[in-house]
Design a protein around this ligand. Structure first.
Ligand code: KIV
Ligand code: ZN
Length: 385
């Protein structure tokens, strides 16, 4: 029996917090419809109290989305929750996401408070949210650095108050995968009513561990992952949706599945990159322009014999262009002969040897040898032989 991992996309909320990524309501509605089409289960549409524009976006998304749950963020403040509830008025499946910082650092530095007061405020915010919906997610901000025993008390309290999802954010991307996994396991073993809520992973990427931590979380028993397209988000970003989805798809041994249509991952990545004006790094897993490119001789030779030697995913499965053989000074004879063949030229072994020497002279002077360069070399060789 495989377990479903709920995909909670926060591109429009945590992702949009990146400087320079601001979206207007029309763009947000368009992306929300694309996210629904991609198959995400929950769309975090925004933080309605933050601005009239964000309120309008959550409101319009609520009207447009039919299948996915539409979620709005709020702090543990009555007015925030009321405004989130109003913004979600037309949503078919509304969710209020409310919470408060639970690490001692947050409790002291942000709230100038103490653990007991924060516990009471956590419970209170869930009670306020219940006036608007039964679908309430509670976040324990900076849970990654929160004492496990206190975190367990908070989580037990908010579930008792009505939270149906409990979000355990590693807000600063501090945890190592085994620590984050142990934190989730600790909650499962020490919160008496934990079976009444879904545990959610919300991991940031400050140490490049967001994806690994989210996977560690679901292995330990969490059943929701919060993520963004291209891993967009504050500072080093959030967990990347395409990475967790493909890890779950490739590792059948995990016994998990998601509702995401993987063939839409690359088109969606390009769309978000364009609309948010955030280029994707070429070596980004799944969606980077080099994710399915082979440029060194040893890899190209293996790949041409059997693609699986150097590719664990067929690019077409994730909606990317077909695999690419890039010709550079590191390429070998078999890749060169293969490309000549594609261009309509076939040479015997001696011809390939001569052409390979010429090719290396060209390749040392440029980053990538183009088809036009190869055509010139092939014609030169034909003229002389
Ligand atoms: O990173 C975080 O802790 C958050 C919460 C507001 C959910 O984004
Ligand atoms: Zn976050």
């Amino acid at each position: 029996m495989m377990d479903k991992i709920i995909i909670f996309d926060t591109t429009l909320r945590d992702g949009e917090q990146v400087p320079g990524c601001k979206l207007n309501t029309k763009e947000k509605v368009e992306l929300a419809l694309d996210l629904e089409h991609l198959g995400v289960d929950v769309i975090e549409a925004g933080f309605p109290i933050s601005s009239p524009g964000d309120f309008a976006s959550v409101n319009e998304i609520s009207k447009s989305i039919t299948n996915a749950t539409v979620c709005a963020l709020s702090r543990a403040v009555e007015k925030d929750i009321q405004v989130a509830g109003e913004a979600l008025k037309y949503a078919k499946r509304p969710r209020i996401h409310t919470g408060i910082g639970t690490s001692d650092l947050h409790i002291k530095s942000k709230f100038n408070s103490n653990r007991e007061d924060i516990l009471a405020r956590a419970i209170q915010c869930v009670k306020w949210a219940r006036k608007y919906t039964d679908n309430i997610e509670f976040y324990a901000e900076d849970a990654g650095r929160t004492d496990n025993d206190y975190l367990a008390r908070v989580i037990e309290g908010v579930i008792k108050a009505g939270a149906t999802t409990v979000n355990i954010p590693d807000t600063t991307g501090y945890c190592l995968p085994y620590q984050y996994g142990e934190k989730i396991a600790y909650l499962i073993n020490n919160v008496s009513n934990i079976d009444q809520a879904v545990i959610s992973c919300h991991c940031h990427n400050d140490l490049g561990l967001a994806t690994a931590n989210s996977i560690a979380g679901v292995i330990s028993g969490a059943r929701q992952i919060e993520c963004t397209i291209n891993g967009l988000g504050e500072r080093a970003g959030n967990t990347s949706l395409e990475e967790v989805v493909m890890i779950i798809k490739q590792h059948k041994d995990l016994n998990f599945y998601t509702s995401i249509d993987a063939t839409q991952l690359n088109p969606m990545s390009r769309k978000v990159s364009d609309i948010m004006r955030m280029p994707v790094q070429p070596n980004k897993a799944i969606v980077g322009s080099n994710a399915f490119s082979h440029s060194s001789g040893i890899h190209q030779d293996g790949f041409l014999k059997n693609a699986e030697t150097y590719e664990i995913i067929n690019p077409l499965e994730v909606g990317a262009d077909d695999s690419k053989i890039v010709l550079t000074a590191r390429s070998g004879r078999s890749a060169l002969a293969h490309r000549f063949k594609k261009l309509g030229y076939e040479f015997d072994r001696n011809g390939v040897d001569v052409l390979y020497d010429w090719f290396l002279q060209v390749a040392d002077g440029k980053k990538e040898v183009e088809d036009a360069d190869l055509t010139l070399l092939a014609e030169k060789y034909k003229e002389r032989n």
